[in-house]
Design a protein around this ligand. Structure first.
Ligand code: GRF
Length: 200
């Protein structure tokens, strides 16, 4: 079985990253092999988790590049290619990517977003769902395209919104659903990529 070389891009806590690393470590049939965790923030807690799990972890501090987004991404891209990366999972990666980077990894990069897309793209998803009076919220994994949180949806999971919910309570209820969904969605994405490779 082909295991695609996986990079996970993070900016902070890294709980979704951890869920992907655990899924890959515990399932011999998992179609992706984590080769790199990369953070734009040197103090991201997820880097420590990755190291403890024996996965290469690097920080490329975006602040080093000032306002030059492409210079930062050029560095990230070179690092990914240097590790032979074939598929990217964004997991709480808080930088908007330029069209150049998105195009370069088109069809090979996925993201997890804490809402039932197409609802609530961007930030504050949980509060916005509560304020709208929704009775359910959830999470989505999608292909990354030029528009933020707009790419084709791969998989979704929903959770109820309960009376009196706060944003934090809803986020806490959604997170375990994310951890379950992301590895499953990554499997689907890997299958798509592998099939495309096989058919040229
Ligand atoms: C998650 O809720 C994810 O959906 C969003 O950012 C959060 C990251 O959390 N994109 P973690 O770093 O994976 O713990």
């Amino acid at each position: 079985m082909t295991r695609l070389k996986l990079a996970i891009l993070i900016s902070g806590r890294g709980s979704n990253m951890e869920a992907l690393l655990k899924a890959a470590a515990s399932d011999p049939e998992f179609p992706a092999e984590p080769v790199l965790v990369l953070s734009n923030k040197p103090d991201a807690h997820g880097l420590k988790i990755a190291e403890a799990m024996g996965v290469a972890a690097v920080a490329i501090d975006h602040r080093t590049f000032g306002k030059d987004r492409e210079a930062f991404e050029f560095h990230v891209d070179a690092t990914l290619r240097g590790s032979g990366v074939e598929v990217i999972a964004l997991a709480g990666f808080m930088r908007v990517l330029t069209p150049w980077f998105v195009k370069r990894w088109e069809g090979r990069m996925i993201n997890i977003h804490p809402s039932l897309l197409p609802k609530y793209k961007g930030l504050d998803t949980h509060q916005r769902a509560i304020d709208a009076g929704d009775t359910e919220a959830g999470c989505s994994v999608h292909w990354v395209s030029a528009g933020v949180d707009e790419g084709e949806i791969i998989a979704q999971a929903s959770v109820p919104i309960l009376p009196g919910d706060t944003s934090d309570a809803l986020a806490a209820r959604t997170l375990p659903a994310e951890h379950k969904l992301y590895p499953e969605a990554l499997k689907i994405a890997c299958k798509t990529i592998t099939e495309k490779l096989a058919h040229g």
